[in-house]
Design a protein around this ligand. Sequence first.
Ligand SMILES: Cc1cc2nc3c(=O)[nH]c(=O)nc-3n(C[C@H](O)[C@H](O)[C@H](O)COP(=O)(O)O)c2cc1C
Length: 157
Amino acid sequence: MKTAIIYYSKKGTTQKVAKIISEKLNSEEDLINLKQNTPLDISSYDRIIIGTPIYAGNSSKKVKKFIVANLNHLQKKEIGLYVCGMEKEEEKQREELERAYPKELIDKAKSKQFLGGEFLFENMNFFERIIIKKIAKTDKSISAINYQNIDRFIQDI
Ligand SMILES: Cc1cc2nc3c(=O)[nH]c(=O)nc-3n(C[C@H](O)[C@H](O)[C@H](O)COP(=O)(O)O)c2cc1C
């Protein structure tokens, strides 16, 4: 089973999670970062896993664009969907996931999970630091990658 893990990552955490998923899967995987803007042909893959971070409630524009451009192809593949974010409430985590991907892909996906995230102050700009300091009430980096949900994600797929 040939798998592509296709993601966008602004600060590195969604990429870190893609690598963890890749290590836990026992198949042949290609990790594809949409930041690189290279043309992408998904026809040779049996399974596609898509990952996006959430910023201000929204998923990555590059991920949305990739999905719109490939929706017909994606509907013929095995699908896994994840989002990375620091939202703590489960209900809101579910809402973020449901807003990140089109309903037809969510319905089709074997695996879909909110996999947590990180606040990495060293990677933030001045404005992000001010916002996150206020929200998180700390200026220390926090890692809240949800390893339990990663294991659930792997089990379901
Ligand atoms: C300015 C800013 C806004 C954010 N807004 C949200 C949000 O609305 N919901 C959420 O769950 N996480 C939010 N986050 C947390 C990010 O999703 C988290 O840091 C994630 O790990 C980023 O992934 P990346 O490193 O792959 O870009 C925000 C982070 C920053 C810096």
